[in-house]
Design a protein around this ligand. Sequence first.
Ligand SMILES: Nc1ncnc2c1ncn2[C@@H]1O[C@H](COP(=O)(O)OP(=O)(O)OP(=O)(O)O)[C@@H](O)[C@H]1O
Length: 569
Amino acid sequence: MKILFQTIQFIRSILPKDQKIKAMGVSVLLFINSGFELIGLSAMLPVFAVLLEDNMVEKYEWAEWLFNTFHLTDDKQLIILLTSLLFLVILTKNIAGLLITKYQSEFALGLYSDFAKRLHQIYYKKGFTFFKEENSNILVRNINITTQNFANQQFLGSLNLINELLILFTILIGITIYDIKVIGLLLFTAAPIFVVFYRYVRSKTIEMGLIRRQVEPSLNQNIFQSIFGFTDVLISGSEDAFRNEINVNVAKMVAINVKSNIYNLAPTRVIETSLMMAILVMNIYGVYSLGSRTELLQLLGVFAVAGFRIMPSLNRMVTYLNGLNQFKWTFEVLKPLAQEQKYTRKAQKEVVFKDKLVLENISYAYPDTPNDFILEDFSLLIKKGETLGLIGASGSGKTTIMNILLGFLRVTKGKYKIDEQVFGEEYEDDFYHKVGYVQQSVYIIDATLAENVAFGCEQSEIDYTKLERVLKRASLWETANKLTNGVDTRIGENGTKLSGGQRQRVGIARALYFDAEILFFDEATSALDNETEKEITASINKLSHTDLTIIIIAHRLSTLEECDRIIEL
Ligand SMILES: Nc1ncnc2c1ncn2[C@@H]1O[C@H](COP(=O)(O)OP(=O)(O)OP(=O)(O)O)[C@@H](O)[C@H]1O
């Protein structure tokens, strides 16, 4: 049961105040549900009593009251009346139970959506280096699958477990009041079998959870790599190798799911066996120690009713406990939700860029190699409106400088200033609005050309006049007109329906659409043939000598011909 306390503790740490209150509401509903269950169960007892005993009216006041109120004439009518009442009670309890389940599921799935949103936000706040270092498959799993697992298995699981425990506890108290011997029997026969079984399953399910945690992202990675690297896989003849890796991981998932199914189904059989054991012992006791068969029959009746409810309840308890154990690792993934304050950003300020960008005696080392300085005591001043070229050997630090200027990387020593403002977290939002960034491989989403240029805007929000203007400036207007549906043509995942040069132009048009004041080009033309490179360079040059500040990284000097200044690293 330690796992239940740990889970409740963890849930409390990651739920915001309003959700904690709602969660309490859900718990109260669950307790009401337990109450309904117990009413349903105890409503069976009078029916049994009537079936087993004669002359009820003379023996019990409640039977006499029913007889008089409903003008009954004999015991048969009492049986029918009680069974009908029992039916109504069970019907009401089940309808109420379903409504409560609906509410509870809506709340749990609401938590899933909230956790996914919050985790996504936290990851974004962790910034550029975090995304560069983390495995994307693990991040996808964390945001989408882990949050869902937690909401279903940990949150709902623990609530339901408490609910079942309450029901079980009340039934056991009822049985104790009725006949303490029955409880003794259960404790000495069914309980030990159940405890031994659960202990065995617990260690197995924790182990399975850890395997699942590791295999799921690897499997996704295998599949994604084989899909995105289709041409390389085909040409290198590594199709079988990729498929084998997929198969190995799928086989591991299959083995886990088979075991998981068995561990979730086995309790029914174990519990049934242990209850049968209790009945056996009870019969031995009854035959030799009880006065009459009727007494034994009544004892068995109580036991049967209790067993009828205890069995599925115990079964569900094991399933919930299995879930809690198997998905205990999700705590670690969702821990950042409990420390959300750690990731709060400074209030955002407007950045004024009228004159210059300055790198002042900066040094930079990547976090995983803190002693390896890529840049040391480096200074650079870029005037507003200037077109600056950066050239240098591979690995000399050009992209690192660009990422510092973009505000993605923070300098270890020295200062990065925009006019007189020292760049920091507080300027991020406004500064990102002022920059455009065209990389060697422009990121294209599976949407229309217009949506790719007006990146992140809903189709209805796109300014088509502006779109036409920027497409013309990026020399993409003619291409757009040749597409089946013009700018509203879908250009395929990763821009598969566009040429390399056209994809670069989408990047340029995007930067222009968002009125970037500073444009960064990182090897934007290096993957293109000479002719296309010339065309793109011409498009970039068309932009220079305007108010735009342009910083270009290139391998070929020819690309930088029109630059005001070229710096060689
Ligand atoms: N995330 C990182 N963690 C650690 N080292 C890194 C990281 N990114 C780059 N480096 C190292 O920093 C150095 C400079 O890399 P950078 O990408 O800035 O060079 P570059 O001049 O742009 O190279 P290229 O022309 O080949 O793109 C390289 O030695 C590289 O290995």
